[in-house]
Design a protein around this ligand. Structure first.
Ligand code: AMP
Ligand code: GLY
Length: 421
């Protein structure tokens, strides 16, 4: 197949890499891709969605896979489908599950899907009143997309009220904060679960855990994610079953009832509280770095799975997973997540150790290529992935690989997967 992948991160690299490793040969295009995706296919540079659809038609692209949320929320799927193209991702309307936290929370409430108690409003009085009924910490969220920064966990009522005021006034997040959600804080452990959906049916992938804070021991500011591992032993069959019955099935049924069947990746952010899965949020795309560790755990064809999902035929296939564990350690640049850093040349040792060659690889993210040299150019630069028969083995291998990649200012967490060890 000719396949177009939208995005420029490690997530998109890992999807491309998984497809490249399939037995069947495919031709890949990335929009815009990064300095390393050009080793997997062709990077193009067409920002306008209509022009991109024209490119896809002209070049007989048989499948388009959308990595990040922004094009989905903008409606790229509707544009491609109107042109008769096959694209994997939710419609603009269904993407509201991520594009608007108010839409998502009201949807969860309407279909009785367990979620944190909340109020959504644009009235400061209403929000303050509800805030006063809550114990601290208090969670304050901006409605719209804020690049992962729109959630404040306030440790006092005053701090919560300040955050509410700054969101409503547009000071902190512009229009994305015109409506605000205040909700109760849930105390438990967090999971990332991913269901590949075709509108009617779904395939649930292995549960993963992300590491959002920059520092070891979950300290310091939030990031896009500093590492992940899967499958997590914190989830047993009973919990998977609860997520299927209480979250995924009612969501697919509910979205159909809303007239917006959900096709694409349903990323469920879950807090497990006393053994019960409570939905924190939905995203409508793969997590990053979760995608980088889930892709190498799939032993059946990834391209076929996405293609079947995009054509409402998931029922026809059986997806298979490896018995192994995967651990991914993000290597970030010097000033991440505070500010950008100067480009730094990436130097990789030649990997001689057979085990490391065989059971590790790198998914490249914030990298650019100039005159054949790869530079760290983004916040999260790359992910070292290790596979193993135990989490410990996968983790040791991932860290061994980390030691063989160098650039000035490289920053990693040293405790990825600690929850499982
Ligand atoms: P969200 O973008 O909604 O996933 O929020 C970002 C992060 O904030 C989540 O991954 C959680 O770690 C945390 N969070 C969000 N909502 C809550 C909540 N109600 N209780 C506790 N933590 C939360
Ligand atoms: N790793 C979390 C996310 O992609 O939102």
């Amino acid at each position: 197949m000719k396949i177009l992948i939208l995005g420029s991160g490690g997530r998109e690299y890992s999807i491309g890499r998984a497809i490249k490793n399939e037995q069947q040969q495919h031709e890949l295009f990335f929009q815009p891709g990064n300095g390393a995706t050009e080793n997997l296919g062709t990077n193009i540079n067409i920002k306008d969605y209509n022009d991109l659809a024209a490119f896809a038609k002209e070049n007989k692209i048989e499948l388009t896979i959308v990595g990040p949320e922004a094009p989905l929320v903008d409606g790229i799927v509707d544009i491609f489908k109107a042109e008769g193209l096959t694209i994997f991702g939710p419609s603009k309307e269904a993407a509201q599950l991520e594009g608007s936290k108010v839409y998502m929370k009201n949807f969860l409430a309407k279909y009785n899907i367990p979620t944190a108690a909340y109020i959504e409003s644009d009235s400061i009085e209403e929000l303050y009143k509800f805030t006063d009924t809550l114990k601290t910490p208090i969670v304050v969220k901006a409605d719209g997309l804020c690049g992962g920064k729109g959630v404040i966990i306030a440790t006092s009522h005053d701090e919560a009220k300040k955050a509410i005021g700054e969101m409503l006034s547009g000071k902190s997040f512009g229009d994305a904060g015109k409506k605000v959600i205040v909700e109760e804080f849930l105390d438990g452990f967090e999971l990332s679960m991913f269901a590949i959906c075709d509108g009617d049916d779904y395939i649930l992938l292995q549960a993963a855990q992300d590491h959002k804070r920059i520092g070891d021991g979950d300290t310091g500011p939030n990031t896009g994610g500093m590492g992940a591992y899967a499958p997590t032993p914190l989830v047993d069959e009973e919990l998977y079953q609860k997520v299927r019955e209480r979250v995924i099935v009612p969501t697919l049924d509910g979205m159909k009832a809303e007239g917006a069947p959900f096709e694409g990746v349903l990323f469920i952010g879950i807090m497990v509280v006393n053994g019960e899965p409570i939905t924190l949020e939905f995203n409508v795309r793969f997590g990053d770095p979760e995608c980088e560790i889930l892709m190498p755990l799939m032993t059946s064809s990834v391209s076929e799975m996405f293609h079947k999902a995009a054509t409402n035929r998931l029922k026809e296939i059986k997806v298979e997973f490896s018995e192994q564990f995967a651990v991914g350690v993000v290597m970030a640049s010097a000033n991440y997540p505070y500010s950008s850093s100067l480009p730094a040349e990436i130097v990789e040792d030649t990997v001689l150790h057979e085990e490391i060659q065989k059971y590790t690889h790198i998914s490249y993210a914030g990298v650019m290529k100039e005159d054949g040299t790869l530079y760290a150019s983004g916040g999260r630069v790359l992910v070292c992935v290790g596979l193993g028969n135990t989490i410990q083995e996968a983790r040791d291998r991932a860290y061994l690989r980390c030691g063989q990649v160098h650039f000035v200012g490289k920053k990693i967490r040293t405790d990825i997967a600690y929850q499982a060890l």
